[in-house]
Design a protein around this ligand. Structure first.
Ligand code: GLU
Length: 392
């Protein structure tokens, strides 16, 4: 069950975009309250390798509170919320500094991004955060993300970076998420208590049974624990992203996973794009509709994006980021997609070339009204409707 798998099919090697989450217990020496520098150097070597292979990378790093608390004389005991926030304010700057120093030595530009729960739950903020991360990746920078602990209050706080990392993976359509933690993976029981506990190396579906195992499994000392890792897994696989829980305390923790070290992989049923499209197609009530002309209809059927030029009308009220119906020239709904413009902006730019958008709206938005990755052509049923048989 725990045999090493050949490494060539590891999602870590085949992924286009990888999110790696590093827990506080790995980064910070709990006794000294200092950064585990040599461990971090070995992690960074792994990350450099990954980027050299052409993979895009985002790092989600905890450790701000753990690094900052000693500095403020808060070394012992449970912190009150405002004390953790103060510790985070002191620790985050140290954390960012360490990443900058170590990554820039390797020629990598590092970008600090601090997110709150609202940035991933509120649509407009989600879109903004996503656009910023996309821009950073396109420009070759390495985003290093943490929760914005200093402003997040108890109710609007993730509190753990496992779910934050899964949201980041979902937001950026990453295909692989690695949670480096102080546990080797998901066990059938607590391995410290039960000699028969076995590591599960692959989870194809997060069933209630798997969730129950998380309760029994060895819990990590970070704020996450196994329960939040399972919640993270649910978010990741629903977004078409592979997720791995692995022990991170060895040097070169990412390379070890590539080489087949023991860990638990959560396997999604679809790719990130397919998962996103399923979600769009399944929207129960599109916010509004966009009517298109025959030329745009042909373009969509060929797999192209919907440009403002092909739009003839915006119907209903919708905002940027809403799911809308796309209506063909005969009035039938032919597709659904996420619009890049609100109904009012759509009405102003319809029928116009993309190069004119900035002049009309005063800002430079996307060239497409609906990008093809955000668009699903609805399958029409070729069969005539079947007569309904009376239930016996
Ligand atoms: N955001 C917290 C920090 O940087 C850590 C949360 C976690 O442990 O997952 O200290």
């Amino acid at each position: 069950m725990t045999a090493r798998r050949p490494s060539s099919d590891s999602p870590l090697l085949t992924a286009r975009r990888v999110v790696v989450k590093v827990g506080s217990a790995l980064l910070v020496d709990q006794e000294a309250g200092r950064l585990n520098r040599s461990w971090l150097e070995s992690l960074i070597e792994d990350l450099v390798r990954l980027r050299k292979r052409g993979q895009q990378l985002i790092l989600v790093s905890s450790g701000a509170i753990a690094l900052g608390r000693r500095q403020l004389g808060l070394a012992r005991g449970v912190l009150r919320l405002e004390e953790s926030q103060a510790a985070a304010a002191v620790g985050q700057i140290r954390l960012a500094h360490a990443y900058k120093e170590l990554l820039e030595e390797k020629g990598i530009t590092v970008a600090q991004v601090l997110l709150t729960l609202e940035d991933s739950e509120r649509r407009r903020r989600f879109l903004n955060a996503r656009a910023t991360l996309e821009a950073l990746l396109a420009l070759g920078a390495l985003p290093v993300i943490n929760e914005n602990d200093t402003v997040a209050t108890a109710e609007i706080r993730y509190g753990d970076n496992d779910r934050l990392a899964a949201r980041v993976a979902q937001m950026t359509s990453a295909d692989c998420l690695v949670l480096l933690s102080d546990v080797e993976g998901l066990f059938t029981a607590d391995p410290h208590m039960d000699a028969g506990a076995e590591l599960i190396d692959r989870v194809m579906r997060v069933t209630p049974e798997i969730e129950a195992m998380a309760g029994r499994s060895a819990s990590s000392v970070g704020s996450g624990g196994m329960a939040t890792k399972i919640l993270a897994a649910k978010i990741a696989v629903a977004a078409g992203c592979h997720m791995c829980i692995a022990a991170g305390h060895h040097r070169h923790p990412v390379r070890r996973i590539e080489e087949g070290a023991r860990c638990t992989w959560f396997v999604p049923g679809a790719t990130p794009i397919a998962a996103r499209k399923q979600w769009i197609a399944g929207t129960l009530r599109p916010a509004g509709a966009i009517a298109i002309d025959a030329g745009a209809l042909r373009a969509l059927q060929e797999g192209k994006s919907l440009l403002p030029a092909g739009v003839v009308r915006a119907l209903g009220r919708f905002d940027r980021g809403d799911t809308v119906s796309v209506i063909g020239p005969d009035g039938a709904e032919i597709a659904r997609g996420i619009t890049a413009y609100s109904d009012t902006d759509a009405a102003r730019i319809m029928g116009r070339r993309s190069s004119e958008i900035e002049g009309i709206l005063g800002y430079r938005g996307r060239d497409e009204m609906i990008h093809r990755d955000d668009l699903v052509i609805l399958q029409t049923d070729p069969k005539p409707p079947q007569p309904i048989e009376a239930a016996s």
